[in-house]
Design a protein around this ligand. Structure first.
Ligand SMILES: NC(=O)C1=CN([C@@H]2O[C@H](COP(=O)(O)OP(=O)(O)OC[C@H]3O[C@@H](n4cnc5c(N)ncnc54)[C@H](OP(=O)(O)O)[C@@H]3O)[C@@H](O)[C@H]2O)[C@@H](O)CC1
Ligand SMILES: [K+]
Length: 502
């Protein structure tokens, strides 16, 4: 499923209307009807419903929903913000259809006090004020209407976007509709996966309005959600006659005397995700501590590493930021025909050797959180968070690497500019050590998947699913530990393999 910017959505709409000939009024009819069908199970006959309509096409969708509600005899008031003559185009057409079908409306500017009273009495409000056409802070009278919707106790169902939320996300501080449900038309907009916009959506529903796929292909939208179906069709199949050497001989350079746990967690993540052979390089003082948790691994001293012996290298978790560990990053980068995964303190050192990235033949994957990304790019964390998609893509393309920018919605960017968003996981993962487990999972998958991209995306997806599994069955979001994540990988993998179509 594609994820689009406001401009891409407008271009896709335009293509569907002008080139394919699927008229705007038809798309609007499809949108309103499809939203109504999805909304219907949430409605009760005794509900008092207010449909609130703005002057653009978002309002036009509202007229279609109002007609569907009227046909099913729901108690509905339709409130219109602009004067009648301000409505144009498809919205005007659907207002006409609504009137000729027997509908009536009230204008907020004529009955402002009644609107304020009524909005508090509604049990359901349909927000069809502003959609992708909004720019900047909602102006009067929209701002006041948004405030009264937010103060009401009604369940708020937003059409396409909660009104006032910019479709492209980014920083904003103005008031916007706080929806309980948002019915996003055709495909998600960037706002759904960025802060602070994502918090306004409530439960998101994607509504198919019939725009043909060719419209997306023609616009070359390079961003999409990585779905459960993607995982099920790309999980690796283990050949009956395979042997341990066929599933990756990996070197994990991780851990320090202060952070032995990071090495253990990354190792456990890799071992639980199917790596064939794992060698861990940690300071010798902590071999015993780490090997208690990773008995299946072998160990190598930092001075004795033979980089060429491995199919891939992961480095960084708990490595430490001393100069003595920096040369390991340089050495790993210099062995340019070995795939490399860099995380945590490895990313700290990477900044000094960033030019080596372009010289490599084998792929590099980095897994920064926004703080690490800020350090690598020289931007602030705020700048990263406000432009997650753009900064991650620019870094991936400029350096020819895969960037896994972690967060509530982790964004995976490829060297050729494609981006994939992960929507699994929850706040149980907001804890030290869970990133180390993810590094281990990606590392193990790198050796076993058909493509590096599906290896990375599947690991991120399953890591999130493990958190969801834990909080659904046996844990709260507070008490999940990174070691719990490693222990629950098997049940989640088991469930996925049960459903797999590989
Ligand atoms: N195109 C299609 O095929 C389909 C589109 N569909 C639907 O159309 C929606 C997009 O429609 P849209 O482009 O008309 O924009 P929309 O969000 O309704 O509002 C624009 C109006 O708001 C106004 N306005 C802007 N900023 C403002 C502010 N800060 N404060 C106050 N007012 C502000 C602006 O006025 P202006 O500022 O330009 O004078 C303009 O009049 C989309 O989200 C989806 O729901 C579906 O029907 C499927 C088919
Ligand atoms: K809306």
């Amino acid at each position: 499923m594609h994820i689009v910017s406001r401009e891409e959505m407008q271009a896709i709409d335009h293509y569907a209307i002008e080139t394919i000939g699927l008229q705007g009024a038809i798309l609007m009819e499809n949108a309103g009807r499809a939203i109504f069908q999805k909304l219907l199970p949430l409605l009760k006959k005794e509900d008092r419903i207010g449909v609130i309509i703005g002057k653009g096409n978002n309002g036009g969708d509202g007229f279609v929903i109002a007609r569907c509600l009227m046909e099913k005899s729901f108690q509905t008031d339709v409130w219109v913000v602009p004067a009648k003559k301000e409505l144009t185009g498809d919205a005007q057409s659907h207002m006409g259809i609504y009137f000729r079908a027997g509908g009536t409306v009230r204008f907020i500017q004529d009955e402002h006090n009644t609107f304020l009273k009524k909005v508090n009495e509604y049990t359901v409000v349909i927000d069809a004020l502003l959609g992708t056409g909004v720019h900047g802070e909602p102006r009067s009278p929209y701002l006041g209407v948004i405030q009264s919707v937010n103060q009401s106790q009604a369940m708020v169902a937003a059409v396409d976007l909660p009104s006032g939320v910019p479709a492209n996300g980014g920083q904003f501080t103005h008031e916007a509709v706080q929806a309980d449900h948002t019915y996003t038309l055709q495909c998600p907009k960037l706002a759904m996966y960025t802060k602070p916009a994502a918090a306004y959506f409530g439960t998101s529903h994607i509504v198919d309005i019939g725009i043909p796929n060719i419209a997306f292909r023609e616009q070359e939208v390079l961003r999409r959600l990585w779905t459960r179906e993607d995982v099920l069709t790309s999980l690796p199949k283990r050949e009956a006659f395979s042997h341990k050497g066929a599933h990756g001989k990996g070197l994990l350079i991780a851990g320090s005397t202060e952070m032995p746990g990071a090495a253990a967690l990354a190792a456990k993540g890799a071992l639980r995700s199917g790596i064939g052979l794992l060698t861990i390089s940690t300071p010798e003082e902590i071999w015993t501590a780490v090997s208690t948790h990773a008995v299946e691994a072998t160990y190598v001293s930092r001075d004795d590493i033979q980089f060429d012996h491995y199919d891939g290298i992961a480095l960084g978790p708990g490595l430490g930021r001393e100069k003595s560990t920096a040369h390991l990053v340089k050495k790993a980068l210099s062995h340019d025909d070995i795939p490399l995964l860099i995380d945590a303190d490895g990313l700290f050192h990477l900044k000094s050797y960033i030019k080596l990235l372009k010289k490599r033949q084998a792929p590099v994957v980095i897994t920064p959180h926004p703080g690490e990304m800020a350090r690598l790019t020289g931007l602030t964390i705020k700048e990263i968070e406000n432009n997650r998609f753009q900064t991650a893509k620019a870094f991936a393309v400029n350096h020819g690497i895969y960037v896994v920018l972690k967060g509530k919605y982790t964004v995976i960017s490829t060297p050729d500019g494609n981006q994939f968003v992960n929507d699994t996981g929850n706040a149980a993962l907001a804890k030290g050590g869970t990133g180390d487990v993810l590094t281990g999972m990606i590392f193990a998958f790198m050796f076993q998947h058909q493509s590096l991209l599906s290896a990375i995306c599947n690991a991120v997806h399953l890591h999130g699913m493990v958190a969801e599994h834990l909080t659904l069955h046996s844990h709260s979001k507070l008490d999940v530990l990174a070691s719990d994540v490693t222990q629950a990988i098997p049940v989640v993998l088991h469930n996925f393999y049960r459903d797999t179509v590989c």
